[in-house]
Design a protein around this ligand. Sequence first.
Ligand code: HDE
Length: 740
Amino acid sequence: MSPDQENNPAKAPLAPPPGPGVASPPVDEPTSPVAPPPPKPSQQGPAAVTPTGAPTGAPPEAMAQQGEYLTTSQGARLRDTDHSLRAGPRGPVLLQDHHLREKITHFDHERIPERVVHARGTGAHGVFVANGKASKICRAAFLGKGVETPVFVRFSTVVGFRGSSDTVRDTRGFATKFYTSEGNYDLVANNIPVFFIQDGIKFPDIVHAAKPHPDTEIPQAQSAHDTFWDFVSLHTEAQAHVAWQMSDRAIPLSFRMMEGFGIHTFRMINDAGETSLVKIHWKPHQGVHSQVWEETQMTAGADPDYHRRDLYDALDAGAYPSWDLGLQVMPDSPDETFEGIDLLDPTKIVPEELCPVQVVGTMVLTHRPTNFFAETEQVMFNPGHLVPGIDVTNDPLLQVRLFSYIDTQLTRLGGPNFSQLPINRAHCPVNDMFRDGFHQHAVHGGVAPYRPNSLDGGNPAEADDDSGAFIDVPTRVEGAKVRELSASFDDHFSQVTLFVRSLSPVERQHLARGYTFELGKCYEESIRTRQLQCLANIDADLCAEVARGLGLPVPEPTIPPRADVEPSPALSQVGERWPVIGRKVAIVVDATSSPADVEGIRQAVIDAGMVPFVTAPSGGRLGEVVVDRTFLTAASVEFDAALLVTSPEPAPDAVPTFDAKAGQSTTGLPVDPRVVKLVAEMFRHCKAIGAASDAAPVLAAAGVPEDAPGVVSGEPAALVAELVELLAGHRVWERFPATA
Ligand code: HDE
């Protein structure tokens, strides 16, 4: 009997079964079981209640796994889950093995359909704190001064399957569930402020066009293919979104560094019943940053989970990402326009210069989900999850979304009771009189789930203004029943011109390359030519550059050029200075490096709010410093900047045993080619490089001039300060144009 069994009689071996055959020796548990961790408070919904408000007695944590012993789903303790019940050790498996059948049946059904769009997502919990400035125009309780509201955010790509890569060129979803005291409010936003289509009836068309080809299921998570460009070049209202998608916005560096846009105009109502038309924004405190195109492709290979990992690394490092929630507030005029812009057209923005974004609160993400499936996969968002004070408008895209999001869950989450899943449960009392259906978790009391009733004491009561009822604004509706949009939706190009002209030269260069790359992947020349025709209507220079790259003639515009379009500087990502919190710095060391210097630099990087990654020829420790990456596992695309703490001569306190066999480099060469590659790539991608000691041989081997912009050298402490300066501008833009 093993010591474990002695201490735990429940694990004592059984007597051998009667009959022929030898019982297998009992297998010890690899680890001693302990009680499972309880769900976090943020995971627990309110206790289920009866229609009259009485608790059912089931605590929220009853949903989680409990107890020390392995059991069946019915709670019977099991003595062996490693062997099926067989007619002798060499015989067939018995149909009566109820544990085997239950285990395999559950496994067979573990996968649920992935989302038809936004399948690949990453979630995080956090909190939103309002500053109260919205209360003038919106009576929602969660926007009241100082009110703290728990949130769950799911970031996503749109087109790729659930297992696709994070860093593809695509729009990103940015959906936030606010668990407010007045019910859940979902802000189901994107990182691009305009959409492909103006009327939701066309959503299946754009999605079919963007998804892989039906015959080959190629390409995965890409818009660089014929069906996508066929649709968007024929369907010119898509051109606004396409321009954003070909820009750096569609290749974000991190979820933490994306803006979010509610796209549609919403109607907000204050305590006095006054209404405003509002566009909703998320503004990241980390800045708005993108990868360069070559980085996205390298990352997709080196780390397909790059964005997911980046978010979780930052949360684990305590570099909590945060965003301001901002509103553009416009008068609720009868024609629902502002400065000539139709506020119901989801392919149009309101430039921030015309209507500034006013900050009404801040969201901080603080921790990752405990369980991916239970939370990130089972969460469901719906633009119709509104709270009193926020109402919809007649935007024809939004109106269709109001139908689609509940409908899709019936298949994806297998029935109508998805609101009872822990991640979806409201954190305020719910008394909806909904009953039964697949996967009903609540044990409802009472006999009268209808209104009016006398048998359940007339409960539940209907609310009014004083008791916080939802407000449907009585907007006027009139007109003939038609299948058409108003004429103001017909301008498909002027705002695309505005976007292109608002970009800095380097961003325009990236934009032209984005178009040229994607159209270069189209087989049909007629599609490329048709898209060039659209570009001719947007911007002559952009069209000429893309045409040159494709080797096709430059078409004449079919509409008069718009000389009057004013750029909106707020649309450019370049030029601003940003805090460097959470930026990632590779500290490259080898056997020559001084452990004291390395520790000093590491600490200085942390003190500046950045995340250090000590990168060394092999794993283990350099003195007391733990190695985070080896030259084998590190990839340049992981880092925003590099600090080289290597030199031709060993430092006086260099650790002779650290990688001593190979000297400075595990390859046996004086300068490790993997470091050379890392430095060369970071230089090409216009990242800051600091040399804390005489790293001249590495820089020379990487082809990096020591006096190039963004390449700095000196004492460790001063170097970190210089890196902070360089990273505040994100990249060393002077080094562009580059091949990346
Ligand atoms: Fe969505 N969208 N959408 N969408 N959308 C979905 O809902 C749909 C649109 C957005 O992390 C689906 O539960 C239609 C605009 C995000 O779970 C689906 C139309 C915007 C997410 C759906 C739109 C979005 C979705 C897929 C046009 C930006 C991910 C699974 C009428 C404002 C939410 C699901 C998450 C998800 C339909 C247009 C953002 C099928 C019909 C515009 C962030 O219901």
